[in-house]
Ligand binder design. Structure first.
Ligand code: G1P
Ligand code: ZN
Length: 565
């Protein structure tokens, strides 16, 4: 085996965002661009081992020079354009960077939660997931690369920061050249000393789901005459997983899984499971002919949207309802230790945790902040308003898991989605919730909104009032990880009113064009008589206030958000 060393000029823009490095395909195709970042990842993995940095919690084998050491990597992606080319490049570089074994999904496919599971199952050193999540694909779309560590979760900031600084110093990378690895069939190959196993991407994940949920009960529900469901895979990674689990194992009618074939450009769509981007599914669930249950997942299979007949479940409510009903599910029969939500997610889950007397945490946006809480068993369930929820079974959010949780719940309660949500509101009150996104605006305008908010509330306000509305507090959210003490400051401006209503402002960390301002609005309503208002109407006062305080229309020129979920 000859290791080639290829010289390159360092890049200065490889800073990972909320979820890995995400850029346009064109940018990733720039000479040496992907290679430079991958080399920075391998160097960081080795450096962490050398430093034995406990904070990064990477468990490296003791002696990596020993031929018997097992440095296993899990590799796969959401099937988007450039996925297979990138996999071949990474395999060549893994062979040159001391990796012993790579498990790669057939056709280069692995959903994010399936990859997380495989890392844990094989006690792998790390995983590399190729995805730009819900961003559009194709040659003009986006590409992305994420590193997951040995607990199966996204690399924490200590690691992503280290990769970024290393990337700025990469002047050469190592690779081994060989024939292309045939990814289209399950099998074993070698590249130099590297063992490559092309594996079935679905079977391990499907087996895990069967352990967590009552498949017999779900199957009985699905086969009940008159019951129907639709799952929209959005031509992204969950197609093969949903076909196997929902149709073949649980007996949903063939065709229940829509847009099941993964396509490199997601059929030209935007693989984001929300009301705006899953229009066909929405139309089916809101049609007069009854479909009892609808769901969708995103590009890499970690997000979920849950629908009932003519009913949309907010992700924040979904998390709260899961927490309240967890003991009905086999995996959580003995109860849950706690629940965490990202800061902008509604406080609905907190209400449940308070009633149950279990832990609850508020973390910054992004899944990486849940890892320590899960590893330390402080929480069992966690979720984000951005259509993400999961549990301690993996260290990523998990779209199909959420779908199966809801199906198991419907099977246990034998009630409709709408009835389950309404009865939850009756018990805990309703958190009216909406997110208003101002997408792809000039970075300068987005930063101007945030800067003037920070200036307006410096020193940050305790109590007082805002345009006549009594305030509880205004702050720039700072999180101290209770497990390792890491502080993550400036995570978004929170305006919290005395009645529990909130307006949160933050900038997206996943966009690839300009900037995206996110405004999160939440209003609590205990009165059952007032649980049927139109969401935007219920939030109208807060929406108007957000524009006024954030000076959004003035600074961005937009009088309305570009996407409202
Ligand atoms: C968005 C979501 C966030 C999620 C992330 C990755 O990040 O808001 O909750 O974890 O995508 O799916 P953002 O663009 O807001 O930084
Ligand atoms: Zn995703």
């Amino acid at each position: 085996m000859t290791i080639e060393t290829i010289s390159c000029t360092p890049f200065d823009d490889q800073k990972p965002g909320t979820s890995g490095l995400r850029k346009s395909v064109r940018q990733f195709q720039t000479a040496h661009y992907l290679q430079s970042y991958v080399q920075a990842m391998f160097d960081t993995l080795n450096q962490i081992k050398a430093d034995n940095n406990p904070q990064a919690s990477l468990e490296m084998p003791a002696d990596t020079d020993n031929a018997h050491s097992d440095r296993t990597l899990i590799l796969g992606g959401d099937g988007r354009y450039f996925n297979r080319e990138a996999i071949q490049i990474i395999l060549g570089m893994a062979a040159a960077n001391g990796i012993d074994q790579v498990l790669v999904g057939k056709d280069g496919i692995l959903s994010t939660p399936a990859a997380s599971h495989l890392i844990r199952k094989h006690q792998a050193l790390a995983g590399i997931i190729l995805s730009a999540s819900h961003n559009p694909g194709g040659p003009e779309g986006d590409f992305g690369i994420k590193l997951n560590i040995s607990n199966g979760g996204p690399a924490p900031e200590a690691v992503t920061n280290a990769i970024f600084s290393r990337s700025k110093a990469i002047t050469a990378y190592q690779r081994v050249s060989g024939p292309l690895v045939p990814l289209h069939q399950i099998g074993s190959h070698t590249l130099g000393r590297l063992q490559i196993l092309v594996i079935d991407p679905v079977s391990d994940y499907a087996a895990l789901m069967a352990e967590l949920f009552d498949f017999n009960k779900i199957s009985a529900l699905i086969r009940t005459p008159g019951f129907s469901l639709r799952f929209d895979a959005m031509h992204a990674v969950t197609g093969p997983y949903a076909k196997q689990i929902l149709e073949r194992e649980l007996g949903a009618a063939p065709g229940s899984v829509m847009r099941a074939e993964p396509l490199t450009d997601f059929g030209g769509g935007h693989p984001d499971p929300n009301q705006a981007h899953a229009k066909d599914l929405m139309a089916l669930l809101y049609a007069p002919e009854k479909v009892d249950f609808g769901a969708a997942s995103d590009g890499d299979g970690d997000r979920n949207m849950i629908l009932g007949h003519r009913f949309f479940v907010t992700p924040s409510d979904s998390l709260a309802i899961m927490a309240a009903n967890a003991p009905l599910i086999p995996a959580y029969r003995r109860g849950i230790s706690g629940v965490a939500r990202s800061m902008p997610t509604s406080q609905a889950a907190d209400k449940v945790a308070e009633k149950l007397g279990i832990n609850h945490y508020e973390t910054p946006t992004g899944w990486k902040f849940f890892g320590n809480l899960l590893d330390d068993d402080r929480i069992t369930l966690c979720g984000e308003e951005s259509f993400g929820s999961s549990s301690n079974h993996v260290r990523e959010k998990d779209g199909l898991w959420a779908v199966l949780f809801w199906l198991n719940l419907l099977a246990e309660r034998r009630a409709s989605v709408a009835d389950i949500v309404r009865s939850h509101w009756t018990e805990y009150g309703r958190h009216y919730y909406s997110r208003h996104d101002y997408e792809a605006i000039p970075l300068a305008s987005a930063e101007a909104v945030m800067a003037q908010l920070r200036a307006q509330f410096a020193p940050l306000k305790e109590a007082g009032e805002l345009v006549g509305k009594p305030l509880k507090t205004v702050d720039d959210f700072s999180y101290t990880d209770p497990v390792d003490g890491t502080v993550s400051p400036q995570q978004g401006i929170r305006i919290i009113f005395s009645d529990g209503s909130r307006i949160v402002f933050r900038l997206s960390g996943t966009g690839t064009q300009g900037a995206t301002l996110r405004v999160y609005l939440e209003k609590y309503e205990a009165d059952v008589e007032r649980h049927d208002l139109d969401v935007q109407e219920a939030l109208a006062e807060l929406i108007q206030l957000a524009d006024q305080v954030g000076r959004i229309s003035q600074l961005t020129g937009l009088t309305r958000a570009t996407v409202i979920t």
